[in-house]
Design a protein around this ligand. Structure first.
Ligand code: KIV
Length: 266
């Protein structure tokens, strides 16, 4: 994708329509944001995974809107063209009214899009936000903010019923106005089917290589996290420098080389 202009939700939709894959990476500070942009990463996600990798928490649940706004402004200050998406943290969008107030704070901090975890119950909130000019990425599959309810981090959508539910939610949330869908930890075939059915771009993590884009937690990609999920490749190994590792990741995503089958769960 060309970096001559600021990348927006619209540019990512155009990329999908042309069959061009794009790279997404988490980011929490201005320096790695700048290096990621220089590496050709089209979209940076200020993930609430900062609870794990920056704050040392054992889940994303303790992350606050103030934490997210602070890191969103750091990342936005580090980039010029790369799009910045920010996670709405736990319980900041449980009603449409809360979602309005908190999404507006993230947009004021430099986000161009907000991301929320959940299925059909989010349709009304997504319509209300997108109608009022706030682009939304819907997050389906494994939902880390619900870990206390679901009891762990495992592949989702394995049974026929669960897969049909994720597909139905994806269609509903696109109809509600979602600009992007993120699928975490679902079987490759299901992610491929959803990517084909939807018009909006689909970003995958632990979901095989048939989606329009991939995202990884930057600390995982650099081999810095204590626990590295099986779908992650350590791009620092063999690439000598952080800049080379980020570039190798962006290139491997765009060519479809990453993730290969060895980095695809299920
Ligand atoms: O918070 C995060 O980093 C995320 C990714 C794992 C997709 O939501």
């Amino acid at each position: 994708m060309s970096f001559t202009k600021k990348i927006t939700a619209r540019s990512l939709k155009i990329a999908k329509s042309k069959g061009e894959k794009f790279a997404v990476l988490t980011s929490y500070d201005a320096t790695l944001a700048r290096l990621s942009e220089e590496a050709g990463v089209e979209c940076l996600l200020v993930g609430d995974s900062l609870g794990n990798v920056i704050q040392g928490q054992d889940s994303t649940v303790p992350v606050t809107i103030e934490d997210m706004c602070y890191h969103t402004s750091c990342v936005a200050n580090g980039v010029d063209k790369t799009m910045v998406m920010a996670d709405m943290p736990f319980m900041t969008y449980s009603t449409p009214e809360d979602a309005f107030v908190n999404a507006a704070e993230l947009m004021r901090s430099g986000a161009q899009m907000v991301k929320m975890e959940g299925g059909a119950w989010l349709a009304e909130t997504i319509s209300l936000l997108t109608e009022r000019g706030i682009p939304v990425c819907a997050h389906l599959g494994l939902l880390p903010q619900s870990v206390n309810k679901t009891g762990g981090f495992r592949l989702q959508g394995k049974t026929e019923n669960d897969a049909a539910q994720i597909l139905a939610d994806a269609i509903l949330l696109e109809e509600a106005g979602a600009d992007i869908l993120l699928l975490e930890m679902v079987p490759k075939a299901l992610a491929g089917q959803i990517t084909e059915v939807l018009n909006i771009p689909v970003i995958g993590i632990g979901a095989g290589n048939q989606t329009d884009a991939q995202v990884l937690v930057v600390h995982d990609l650099l081999g810095l996290s204590g626990y590295i999920p099986s779908f992650v490749n350590n791009f620092l190994e063999g690439h000598g420098s952080i800049q080379n590792a980020l570039t190798a990741y962006a290139e491997a995503v765009k060519s479809g080389a990453f993730p290969d089958d060895a980095h695809t769960p299920g």
